[in-house]
Write a protein of this length. Structure first.
Length: 318
């Protein structure tokens, strides 16, 4: 289960959208928390669990990227930032990044070109995806089922693997040439894309094509909640639109924010709240956004305190 959050440029920011905080300012609905760094000049938050623990990566004092776990009130981090713990690197690797964190605080991500996870000593270790020349872990559920993608002989394919257990390659959709798994929930439902076609996979039912929005020609599934609701983006001639997919209703267009031409859902919680990004031109710049059934998509920058200390929030991941 991947609940992720990234907001803003070169600073580590987390709106902690899984545990939203009310602000006393009438126009502000959320607060921004600066997580600091591992001693370097920049950091980025990418995953958050329901306890508010955050993972991502930070430059350390040696200017190397290191995966971290940030825990409010913790004291086992680096001396200058006790709440942020350096998760190290696997043997013979120089850098690591965290992409997702489960309820037990286990982090998965990538160490240069290999999928990695944190062991019982909070150190990043190789997940052991084989055969592979380049692989990356994107999501993990509470049972330790990891999903991601691996490349072997120039073929990229989605995988699932239990930490310390068996690896399963997710087949491609008919006619597809590449696959990537982005998220997995506690029911073992995996979502991702197969040559720009969104899919849902389970061990029992195999791979299911989630289709496109009407008039669209691409779709990317980014996240799934515990109710089996999927979000992502589907590309039309006029731009990308965020979608919500359910088994009963199929793919629903969530539209865009006024003044913007594109939107994409990157994560969804069990209440159906979706976070992601909106933008005008291909390639950005991006603006963080949030979707609620009551209000639709909104620019997240308009919902935080004016004195937050950050010029803009670029992408919301969780």
């Amino acid at each position: 289960m991947k609940t992720m959050c990234r907001m803003g440029g070169f600073w580590t920011l987390s709106a902690l959208l899984g545990v939203l905080c009310a602000s006393s300012a009438p126009a502000a609905e959320y607060v921004v928390v600066d997580l600091g760094t591992l001693g370097g000049t920049e950091s980025e938050a990418r995953g958050i669990n329901n306890a508010g623990q955050v993972t991502g990566w930070s430059r350390n004092a040696s200017n190397r990227d290191r995966a971290f776990r940030w825990t409010r009130g913790a004291t086992d981090g680096i001396p200058s930032n006790p709440q942020m713990k350096d998760l190290g690197v696997p043997p013979n690797r120089l850098a690591s990044r965290g992409f997702a964190i489960n309820a037990s605080g286990v982090v998965v991500g990538q160490a240069e070109t290999i999928s990695a996870y944190t062991d019982a000593n909070d150190q990043m270790q190789p997940l052991g995806i084989t055969p592979s020349s380049n692989d990356q872990a994107n999501g993990i559920n509470d049972a330790g089922l990891v999903c991601g993608r691996r490349t072997n002989s120039s073929v990229t394919q989605a995988y699932v693997k239990v930490i310390g257990g068996a690896q399963t390659l997710i087949p491609l959709l008919p006619g597809a040439t590449a696959g990537n798994a982005e998220d997995v929930n506690n029911a073992g439902q995996v979502v991702g894309d197969s040559s720009a076609r969104a899919f849902l996979w389970t061990e029992a039912d195999g791979i299911i094509d989630l289709g496109f929005l009407p008039g669209a020609y691409q779709a990317f599934a980014r996240a799934i909640n515990e109710n089996g609701v999927v979000t992502g983006g589907s590309t039309l001639n006029t731009g990308m639109h965020a979608f919500r997919w359910t088994e009963d209703d199929g793919m629903e267009d969530l539209g865009v924010v006024s003044g913007f031409t594109n939107s994409e859902g990157l994560d969804i919680n069990d209440h159906g709240v979706i976070v992601g990004r909106i933008w005008r031109n291909q390639g950005g710049p991006y603006t963080a956004a949030i979707y609620t059934p009551a209000h639709g998509f909104r620019n997240l920058n308009t919902l935080i305190p004016a004195n937050s200390g950050f010029d803009s929030l670029d992408i919301a991941w969780g």
